[in-house]
Design a protein around this ligand. Structure first.
Ligand code: ARG
Length: 466
């Protein structure tokens, strides 16, 4: 049988393999609610403009509500022969309403329909992700406030560099997530234009009102070029870029959790809620959730790369290649959402071993910079000379296998006789972090201020959305 939606010039139906490669209903059923929202706005506009009769519009509206109800109730039968969500909905509408259902597709095409549905879906998804990311920021800032004064080693090259606070480290991710949310917000602002009414590619001869449908669907305005409207997917690409960057941030944090929870680091423990055991090695407690957050980042980046490649050779306007825009995007954004939820759980679950962190913060001569800075401040040495003197002191302490602060004053004076007993005021990890009061530095007072400021901002946002 030829297709009942567009089979006018067709004699036979598609080959089985054609049906299989062509159908998108297996995944675009996810657009059901967006598709119906779009059709409701479209039919209301058609009636308002006198393009279809009010009675027909009323019947279509009622029919669409019923279809929505059937889909929500799980009683709707999706058919692969009907290709996609658009034709599945319309076909069922025809069963319910009769021939007047065919008037819904006036001044519209599946090309602007799918562009609309996808924009609505991405917009909804961005809103959910934003809330989730905010929740993760909140969990991080709350823990940062508790640990504003907990000392841990800060690393560069994964070598102990200078002491920092655990709170400061957590707040670094709050900043990253803030920018991630900003990127999603930017993508949302740019995508918030309505493509409906662009029809197949050239617009329509019917006297439609695109302002009206744009407004009804919560868009800022209609899109300005019909060719662009049906053929662009940069709103998806931008969203996937934001998702890929965010996933990379989560992945770096996940990697740190993996490292911290090794017996070798021993900085933090996850509870049974976020770990698994080994079927052969009884002693093991594996940070699988963190590993999976790190691992899933691959698919998110893959979806972005995949869609960039799908789009790069397509002439204007729509080509069926573009049907490949959906599955990777669904998977990527759903994966990111799962990762954010898992990270939020782990941040709340993580128990830092403050003793081990502090001991590690003091090892590896991590306070050497504090000593050099003191030489500059107290003795007015040029920093380069101070660096050299400190290097010799570190070598002396390392030679004796003792900490810097364990060197006697006489030992220190043997390297530079101007050194006084006051030097001991700066030698120590707590003293070190307390002294880093420059804006953005790790001093506990700074961390508290930053954490409180974020928590206040988040509370304001939460109150605004409720
Ligand atoms: N299922 C299609 C897609 O996802 C809808 C648009 C079909 N348009 C067309 N001209 N065949 O892209």
């Amino acid at each position: 049988m030829s297709n009942k939606m567009w089979g006018g010039r067709f004699v036979s139906g598609p080959d089985a393999i054609m049906e299989e490669i062509n159908a998108s209903i297996g995944f675009d059923y996810k657009f059901a609610s967006q598709d119906i929202r779009g059709s409701l706005a479209h039919v209301a506009m058609l009636a308002e403009q006198g393009i279809i009769e009010r009675e027909a519009a009323a019947a279509i509206t009622k029919g669409l509500e019923q279809v929505r109800h059937e889909i929500e109730a799980g009683t709707f039968t999706f058919s692969r022969a009907l290709e996609d969500i658009h034709m599945n909905v319309e076909s069922r509408l025809a069963d319910i309403v009769g021939p007047d259902a065919g008037r819904l597709h006036t001044a519209r095409s599946r090309n602007d329909q799918v562009a609309l549905d996808f924009r609505l879906w991405v917009r909804d998804t961005i809103d959910t992700l934003d809330e989730q990311l905010r929740e993760l920021q909140k969990a991080l800032a709350e823990r940062a406030l508790d640990h504003a004064g907990s000392v841990m080693p800060g690393f560069t090259h994964l070598q102990s560099a200078q002491p920092v606070t655990f709170g400061h480290h957590l707040m670094a991710y709050v900043e990253m997530l803030g920018r991630d949310r900003g990127r999603f917000g930017d993508a949302r602002r740019r995508l918030n234009e309505c493509p409906l009414g662009s029809a197949a590619l050239a617009g329509t001869s019917f006297p439609i009102n695109r302002e009206m449908t744009a407004k009804a669907l919560g868009f800022d305005r209609p899109t300005a070029n019909s060719l662009d409207s049906v053929s662009d997917r940069d709103f998806v690409l931008e969203t996937l870029s934001a998702a890929a960057i965010s996933a990379v941030h989560l992945s770096r944090f996940a990697e740190e959790i993996v490292l911290w929870s090794t017996p070798q680091f021993g900085f933090a423990n996850l509870s049974d809620k976020f770990t698994t055991g080994s079927s052969i090695m009884p002693q093991k407690r594996n940070p699988d959730a963190a590993e999976l957050v790190r691992g899933k980042t691959g698919r998110v980046i893959g979806a972005l790369t995949g869609l960039l490649i799908v789009m790069k050779g397509l002439p204007l306007a729509y080509s069926k290649d573009m049907q490949e825009d959906k599955e990777g995007t669904f998977d990527a954004l759903q994966s990111l959402s799962l990762c954010v939820a898992a990270m939020t759980g782990m941040v709340r679950d993580l128990v830092p071993d403050l003793k081990k962190m502090k001991a590690a913060a003091g090892s590896g001569y991590a306070i050497a910079t504090d000593l050099a800075d003191w030489l500059v401040r107290a003795l007015n040495m040029p920093f380069r000379d101070a660096h050299h003197v400190t290097g010799r002191l570190v070598a002396m302490a390392a030679d004796r296998k003792i900490a810097l602060e364990k060197l006697s004053l006489a030992d220190m004076q043997s390297v530079d006789q101007r050194i006084t007993a006051e030097v001991h005021d700066v030698l120590g990890v707590d003293k070190s972090v307390k002294s880093r009061v420059s804006y953005g530095g790790t001093a506990p007072a700074n961390v508290r201020t930053q954490a409180r400021a974020w928590l206040k901002k988040i509370a304001r946002e939460e109150a605004g959305t409720k």
